[in-house]
Design a protein around this ligand. Sequence first.
Ligand SMILES: Nc1nc2c(c(=O)[nH]1)N[C@H]1C(S)=C(S)[C@@H](COP(=O)(O)OP(=O)(O)OC[C@H]3O[C@@H](n4cnc5c(=O)[nH]c(N)nc54)[C@H](O)[C@@H]3O)O[C@H]1N2
Ligand SMILES: Nc1nc2c(c(=O)[nH]1)N[C@H]1C(S)=C(S)[C@@H](COP(=O)(O)OP(=O)(O)OC[C@H]3O[C@@H](n4cnc5c(=O)[nH]c(N)nc54)[C@H](O)[C@@H]3O)O[C@H]1N2
Ligand code: SF4
Ligand SMILES: [Mo]
Length: 876
Amino acid sequence: MDGSGLPEIRSTCPYCGVGCGVLLRPDGEGGIAVRGDPEHPANHGRLCSKGSALGETVGLDHRFLSPVVDGEQSSWDDALQLVADRFSDTIARHGPDSVAFYVSGQLLTEDYYIANKLMKGFIGSANIDTNSRLCMASSVAGHKRAFGTDTVPGTYEDLDEADLVVLVGSNLAWCHPVLYQRVLAARKSRGTKIVVIDPRRTASCNDADLHLALQPGSDVALFNRLLSEIYESGAVDPGFVAHTNGFDSALDAARNEQASVTGLNDRQISEFCRLWIATEKVVTIYSQGVNQSSSGSDKVNAILNCHLATGRIGTPGCGPLSVTGQPNAMGGREVGGLANMLACHLDLENSDHRAAVRQFWDAPAIPEAPGLKAVDMFQAVGDGRIKALWIIHTNPAVSMPDADAVRDAIAACPFTVVSDITGATDTARLADVLLPATAWAEKDGTVTNSDRTISRQRKVIDAPGQARPDWDILAEVARRMGFTSAFDYASPAEIFREYAALSKVAAQLGRDFDVSGLSNISDTHYDDMEPRRWPVTSTREGGRFFGDGAFFHPDGKARFIPVRFKPPAARTEPRFPFRLNTGRLRDQWHTMTRTSLSPRLSAHLSEPFLDIHPADATALGLSAADLVRVTSPIGSSILRARITDSVQQGNVFAPIHWTGETAPSARIDALVAPVTDPVSGQPESKAGVVSVTRFAAAWYGFAVSRAPMSPQSDYWALSRTEQGYRAELAGSAPVPDWEAEAQRLFGSRSAKVASVIDAGRGIARVALHEDGVLTGALFASPSPVAVMRDYLQSLPGRKAVDPLSGRSRADLPNPGPVLCACFGVGINTILDAIETKGLITVDAIGEALGAGTNCGSCRPEISDLLHAARTREAAE
Ligand SMILES: Nc1nc2c(c(=O)[nH]1)N[C@H]1C(S)=C(S)[C@@H](COP(=O)(O)OP(=O)(O)OC[C@H]3O[C@@H](n4cnc5c(=O)[nH]c(N)nc54)[C@H](O)[C@@H]3O)O[C@H]1N2
Ligand SMILES: Nc1nc2c(c(=O)[nH]1)N[C@H]1C(S)=C(S)[C@@H](COP(=O)(O)OP(=O)(O)OC[C@H]3O[C@@H](n4cnc5c(=O)[nH]c(N)nc54)[C@H](O)[C@@H]3O)O[C@H]1N2
Ligand code: SF4
Ligand SMILES: [Mo]
């Protein structure tokens, strides 16, 4: 506490799997000031742009405050009874496998534990799966195949001690920014080298010594080549290989591989192999470019094979590190949130494990067969096998592959319950029963991050309206279904104790997940719990796994898995000549239900887009800022074209974040076919096939407003600004009356209308004022609208302004799109400083403008601008 108001409370950021500690100071009026926790081992005080902006996302305007049944407000009593009755009835009539839960790696461990216990122990079905199926399933499968357990060997400290960090299918600079900063710090202090393996040039490439832009899906071939080179160069560690099985067959498979399928030249491949082999302390970080693939599990094992062969695993500065996406993706794996797992790393398919859990829970039945994995689950919803579905803390109508089919399946399901914090999501709008959950900062529980550190999320503000914690809602439904004593919990601490006690049972069965040291934790200790890295037992805490050669297959050894390159499932062909890659942006979180509330975060990239190579753009006759129609065998989208050589020819890239709420034509998963990895069931989200054509818009528009707008055109994308909203628009049908259209869009018929309309040239500019205050302005033209967007978005709500020229007064410089979200510094301001002040380093820019000095997330992009400026100078 530093004397200014209420005390600071320690908690954990609710976004990515880095799991940064935050210090939260409530302002007493529902707001929260947020800063990084200097004492948290994951971040030592750092936060990225998303973590820094958390305070902007806790407002109430998007929340719903009481249960909703069939579109009408309801009491908790009625809503919960309805949910319990409908689930019980469905089970009674059609059996336990006719119901399903679809949950999330963002649930707290305690919530997750209850959902899993209810479905697997008491309903008696394994039909509970999670969005981690779309995220971590291939890593889980790869770990289990190699180690006999799903365990991350190393810790974040390894990044401080590594001499080489290899990023495979990971855009760490944007997706795990604080870990990326940690790697850069090591680079500065010990010269750590960075290699990026990604078909796309990303922000993570800016500081890389080597970027291998391989062909999509060809990672297995590259790592097989590495394994053969490890062997040829004598780098195999025979002492360590003695703790493993299957080396020879893995090597055989590797030596029969053609590395040419990677599209990389020999020099690049040799340089990578030489660096990897010559550097003892190497950490290979991997993420969705590896996992989200029809050969995701094989990609994981191809990487693990190389670490096992060299014994570079579980010792300081060494090892494979699968970074988790969501804040509790790891906790979900520990509590057994996936359809083929039990709690505490116990296996559903092992009868001893089932018996132990059944006894511990005093459960009537534990299913013997795995339940439906996410993709199969929604197909079963679609064909009527699942008749009651409960979706908690995830937005599958947007984020599942074949999203239109998933949306239609949910809509047609006889009974769908959705627990969320907002009703304004594509999924929540389809619910029969919508239950208001408490949000981050309103609830208590634990999460586990990518390096096995369990941290507390803490309640710092009161829940609005009648919102209740997810565990509480689930336990209440369980009790009303008749499972009274098994779900009689008073607090998350009580759930955590039970879970920790179950881990002791698991440990006795030879499992590694053991937090039994916390099974007697008092309520007060739970409240005060410091971050703890598991295992936590009476004799051991934290540390690394496998460095000692002890693994968890029955024989105690690790396994090499022989793997061979397989191309992505869909082949490009004349009708669908492009390979569609999808992924994340720096300042948005998934389906944007929280990050889009922050104007600062929305300023970075405010519109959905398709990155396409200049040569492909030329061949398609595309110009800058054109819209494109992107069509796959199963769906179609309209996106803004961004012409850039960051993607290879023949590849296109689109972000995943836009939804029916923010840009309905840009729901990218409507294009992604539901093809999965045969081992893990994880969808191939990064290698679809599409065609691209110019979208023939009759008009393009741009609008700013004070209040929410109601766009209706073929293409629209809406985002928040400091002053209200902004929208990009386009339509294929001519608009007969622009003034009437502006009135409809802004919903204000009483406003005073000013306009400049040139019907002949198709140009229209309309401004609406109420009492002299600008409420909205609309600009339309037959080509992409060229106006000063960042200036215009500052005008709504102001008096006596005339936006109709579309430009600021000449003496007011246009800062351009915001690059540094923390200090609101625009690209033009930075470019201007580079040119006029002769700044040549990211630090110098930070000193002059503040940009990049808070969270550091924009430093790669600043470095990009510097690089471009240097290249231009060199060419001049
Ligand atoms: N800003 C932000 N951060 C986030 C999230 C967010 O929504 N926003 N989400 C969190 C979550 S849940 C997750 S899972 C993580 C994901 O974190 P990342 O996995 O780092 O993110 P992605 O952008 O999905 O994909 C990573 C990269 O894989 C590359 N890739 C595609 N195909 C291949 C391939 O065949 N081989 C290789 N080697 N690479 C390929 C893509 O070009 C992309 O740059 O991020 C977490 N952090
Ligand atoms: N094409 C393509 N598709 C992808 C991916 C990709 O890279 N490419 N990535 C996949 C991956 S890795 C992931 S993790 C998924 C993510 O996809 P989703 O999980 O669908 O995305 P989110 O927006 O995180 O959804 C979280 C939901 O929970 C709600 N919520 C927030 N707080 C709470 C709370 O406390 N309680 C409850 N009950 N609800 C809450 C939010 O409002 C939101 O509706 O997307 C997957 N889909
Ligand atoms: S890196 Fe950013 S999003 Fe991830 S946990 Fe830390 S502050 Fe949150
Ligand atoms: Mo994820």
